[in-house]
Design a protein around this ligand. Structure first.
Ligand code: PPE
Length: 314
């Protein structure tokens, strides 16, 4: 990965190489920590804008709430720190990774008296599933791993440890020559990708799994709003893998993955085996929005380096 100069670590900027932790860091052993993934884009005006900053930082605080981590900063402070981190590094376009974790101190499962650390790293990050994937679509495999049961993991929280499930699914898919894994829920319905939500297009309608055992994706919400704006019907409804096989189009959504068309699932060609029309339409609208070309969705953009009249408090 491409390094930048500084990382925000507990309120201070330190150099990338100095951003280290002790080997007895609690989160490293047991996985209880929360994080976010946010993107910023260089707009046509030349300015850099963070996409849906408020919603991402709110989700970070909600994730922390779900697992009882106390973030020692307010929501507004984290937002400002994110903007500052982008600015000091001169990042024009890329990815932002806030992480809240439990430091070293006591070992054993009850780490709640250990210090809680907060870091914000940024780096340039291109297309998550490849530039070609964005254009031509990717090949996906239904995973042999099941997405967490709602009472095993509270999947609306973006918790570090949950990602072991995603990593194994992703590795399995890659080992079998696919680009990405798709996980079913404990009842066998389509849930989500290893790090993306999923949509299908059938009979001119969009369908996406309801928010039960999946992450409340911010890109998912963006797509739903874009579809409504374009007057494409959207249903949040469970569907099965055979319905996915029969779909006219399918695509994945995520901050990292953006909007990535699916051209094949388990060796079966989806639709015409390339980016479908509805997918292309939504993808185009999405990139226009994040790059500041759509005044109607301007409220989703927070520009870096501008004085903000409103900073929320946590
Ligand atoms: N489901 C999961 C499990 C998930 O991790 C993500 C984001 C999503 C859905 C989509 O959510 P949103 O980004 O709000 O639209 N995955 C992040 C981590 C990727 C990584 O490799 O790290 C991301 O896209 O930033």
């Amino acid at each position: 990965m491409e390094k930048v100069e500084k990382i925000w670590f507990d309120g201070e900027f330190i150099s990338w190489d100095d951003a280290q932790v002790h080997v007895l860091t609690h989160t490293l052993h047991y996985g209880l920590g929360v994080f976010e993934g946010i993107r910023c884009y260089r707009c046509d005006s030349g300015r850099t804008a963070v996409f849906r900053l408020r919603e991402h930082v709110e989700r970070l605080f909600n994730s922390a709430k779900v697992v009882d981590l106390k973030i020692p900063y307010s929501l507004g402070e984290i937002e400002d720190a994110i903007l500052e981190t982008i600015k000091v590094n001169g990042l024009e376009e890329g990815y932002i990774r806030p992480l809240v974790f439990i430091g070293d101190g006591a070992m054993g499962l009850y780490g709640y008296e250990n210090p809680v650390h907060t870091v914000i790293a940024v780096w340039p990050w291109g297309a998550y599933l490849g530039e070609e994937g964005l254009e031509k679509g990717i090949r996906v495999k239904i995973s042999s791993y099941t997405r967490h049961h709602v009472n095993t993991a509270m999947t609306k929280a973006k918790v570090c440890g949950y990602y072991v499930n995603s990593i194994l699914a992703k590795k399995e898919a890659k080992d079998h020559g696919y680009d990405e894994a798709l996980l079913l829920d404990t009842e066998g319905y389509v849930a989500e990708g290893s790090g993306e939500n999923i949509f299908i297009v059938r009979h001119g309608e969009l369908k996406t799994p309801p928010l039960t055992s999946i992450l409340e994706g911010i890109t998912r919400d963006t797509v739903i709003r874009i579809a409504r704006h374009l007057q494409i019907p959207v249903r949040e409804e469970r569907f099965t893998r055979d319905e996915l096989y029969m779909a006219d189009e399918a695509f994945l959504t995520g901050t990292a993955a953006e909007i990535t068309p699916i051209r094949e699932v388990d060796g079966k060609v989806i639709g015409e085996g390339r980016r479908g029309e509805v997918t292309a339409l939504i993808q185009r609208e999405f990139f226009d929005i994040v790059k500041g070309r759509k005044p109607l969705f301007e409220e989703w953009l927070t520009y870096v380096g501008e004085v903000r009249c409103e900073t929320g408090s946590g």
